[in-house]
Ligand binder design. Sequence first.
Ligand SMILES: Nc1ncnc2c1ncn2[C@@H]1O[C@H](COP(=O)(O)OP(=O)(O)O)[C@@H](O)[C@H]1O
Ligand SMILES: [Mg+2]
Length: 312
Amino acid sequence: MSSEVDVTAFGDLLMPQEAAEPILAKPVRGALLEWLTEIWAEDELRAAKLQPRRRAIFDGPPGVGKTTLAHHLSARLGLPMLAVRPDRLVDKWLGSTGKNIGALFDAASRGKEPILLFLDEFDAIGMKRREASQGAEDERNSFVNTLLQCIDRFDGFLIAATNFSGHIDRAIWRRFDVHISLALPGQFERERILARYLDPHGLPSSALTAMAEALETASPALIRQLAEGLKRQIIIGPKVGWDMAKGAVVDRLLAAIQPHPDLGKPRLWSLGAADSAVRALPWPLPLAADCSGAAENAPESESAVVPFRRAP
Ligand SMILES: Nc1ncnc2c1ncn2[C@@H]1O[C@H](COP(=O)(O)OP(=O)(O)O)[C@@H](O)[C@H]1O
Ligand SMILES: [Mg+2]
């Protein structure tokens, strides 16, 4: 046997029990359920000479939950997920990139336990091939070809994620038979995301609606940072003698948290403490349990991510 390369040389191994369920729009949840149902029906499919689809590509802007969703899925399948870091594959001299890709897939198929392979920032390795005119282009084309062969041979679960689906080589794109686009959250999802990350605090329904409106175009990651930053200030601020007036807290928060440059600034960042959503914000921030009549404030019963291989 050739020398074994440990998969963790290429990224982080994430365990099922550490996964959290992302808050997703209905069509995405539908697509996901469909895929899981297909995987759980593997035996019936095989009897009909079919195979469940095992390769998916998630595309969408940064911070919408691509990694979170892949991890959640691996947990539903009862598999650890190797989150491959592209910088562990792409060699600055390019020459080694193809070798790294080969070694990764080798290690992933040879392990004793199956893992789900998650290739983040997939555009970095799966980019379109170009007409070779220079050495560097030759190298790129050659590792994209290597990647194609590795994908074809790999029979485990493979999920790729990208913010730039247009940059992916078409032949590589076709190898993925499940395509799921994650968009920025709508008003309903923003309210639920806010409620999740404000917990154990919460907001009365009208204030939650107003805040979610002021966060239009925000990614879930940004909403999480904001809600958690707020809770952190509420705990730490008084201990270090900060001004805990509502406007001062909001100003500090907005100065410290920067929306992703590609996504634009939600209204809250333009108006700051003067935003009507901030005026509607009860202060001090109440506990969720004390907010009457706001069902969306109830911390969701986090659908415990049980490893769940087959439908009963
Ligand atoms: N849809 C979502 N619901 C709840 N939390 C989310 C969601 N999307 C992202 N997050 C949170 O934002 C952070 C970044 O998410 P991540 O999955 O890495 O996004 P991406 O891979 O699309 O860039 C994580 O901490 C995650 O908990
Ligand atoms: Mg990610």
